[in-house]
Design a protein around this ligand. Sequence first.
Ligand code: PHE
Length: 363
Amino acid sequence: MSDLNSIDALEAEIAAAVSVAPDLAALEELRVSALGKKGRVSLLMRGLGQMSATERQQMGPRLNGLKSSLSDAIASRKQALEYAELEQRLANETLDMTRPVRLGPLDTGRVHPVSQVMEELAAIFADMGFSVAEGPDIEDDHHNFEALNIPASHPARQMMDTFYLPPRDDGTTMVLRTHTSPVQIRTMLAQKPPIRIIAPGRTYRSDSDQTHTPMFHQVEGLVIDTETHMGHLKGCLEEFCKAFFEIDAIKMRFRPSHFPFTEPSAEVDIGCARVGNEMRIGEGDDWLEILGCGMVHPQVLRNVGYDPDEVQGFAFGIGIDRLAMLKYGMPDLRAFFDGDLRWMKHYGFRCLDVPTLAGGLSP
Ligand code: PHE
């Protein structure tokens, strides 16, 4: 009988310890010390073998009851502890859905206005059947001047404030191209008419003030075909201006001018109005020069092996930075190339706002 009492006491003791086991590890320790191979309950059960039949009849069921009640107590404590642990984790790991999302590089990075305008130009001229051509920034005298009908003595060479590189071993001197017109020559040498290309890129002249930087950007245009005339040139440039400035009507003025590589030549002004600090494009009594153009000079055609009696064409050269300043209202060209992030954040474009004619050129 005293054994039965001590079993009650043992059950109470272990059950009490189980009910306050602080964590799963402590609970497991308790389980091993009671029900494990050498646990207190297991040892008691092993003692059954030495008991008399009557004793065993009494103690057997009691010990089995003890074992199962302790197993149940341990299992339910285990469940409670696991549940508490999960609750704790859920509480710690909650997400605050109202917090703002941190912006990634796609949202914070900006496309430079010059790159943006180049994309716009490509979209507009692609729609008119032009493809994009390229040439090197470092040019030889022949492509930059000679083949364009600008001989060594020509005053245009001084006009362009050329950057010359140190003479090479073979005596020739390379230049930083003063305009994108050498790409006309390279394209005509590499392709056969009909030709329709634009060539955007960097150009260099020793010049610096609010509207001039030593490096700037131009886009060259060249069309060569069997029947091309000034009317085509005019129509093409008018279409371009309307598409670029996104207006239906634009006042344009073709002023007679002179370039050694075109004849006749013209400079094109667009109408504008200064209203306070703002510049309105397309209307008003002021004029702004935006490009040079003309019919390709017969001598230039001969220089690339074309017969001027069979093919002719027109060419134009537009200042890209000037276009960007006009369209997007930047007052100082020099800031384009300062690399100031605050300027980029203000004037730059989001990288996924790719200009298309269908979707809109400017965001
Ligand atoms: N290359 C000329 C310049 O830089 C522009 C131009 C290009 C003029 C093509 C006529 C034809 O001033």
